[in-house]
Design a protein. Structure first.
Length: 144
């Protein structure tokens, strides 16, 4: 089945949460043969170092989710990313709404926001399972 819809996951560094969301979504969408794919971007990728958070890597390995389900590197969010996606979700309203208003004011109130704080504010042991739960609910919603 071909891909007809794209979902965009947005976080700060495109290093931890959004990359996990992208991989989990793509893994399960592929298993369910849904015509959806996810990609992820960051609002401030200069704030993170490296390609992928070790916490994300470990969580994906534990779930047996192949790294091909996430992009090979971090990517800065661009206006075209909104236009090339069917649905857009920022991972934490408290953190990302202000950044969205500053960088992409036309989109700030048009996208969805979840409430999954970055690792400095919530342990990955709570945050990543919360993202996974939300992804599975999202997949149920779009498969109806």
């Amino acid at each position: 089945m071909g891909v007809t819809n794209r979902i965009l996951f947005i976080c700060t560094g495109n290093f931890y949460r959004s990359r996990f969301a992208e991989a989990v979504f793509n893994h399960h969408a592929e298993l369910r043969r849904l015509p959806w794919t996810a990609f992820s971007r960051g609002l401030a990728i200069h704030l993170a170092e490296g390609t992928l958070s070790p916490l994300t890597l470990q969580a994906l390995e534990e779930r047996k989710i192949d790294l091909r389900h996430t992009g090979p590197d971090r990517n800065e969010l661009l206006e075209t990313d909104f236009l090339q996606s069917t649905r857009q979700i920022a991972l934490d309203r408290n953190e990302h709404l202000v950044m969205m208003h500053s960088q992409f004011p036309a989109w700030a109130e048009r996208i969805e926001y979840w409430e999954v704080p970055d690792v400095e504010f919530q342990s990955h042991l709570a945050a990543l399972p919360e993202i996974e739960r939300r992804i599975l609910r999202l997949l149920e919603e779009i498969s109806k």
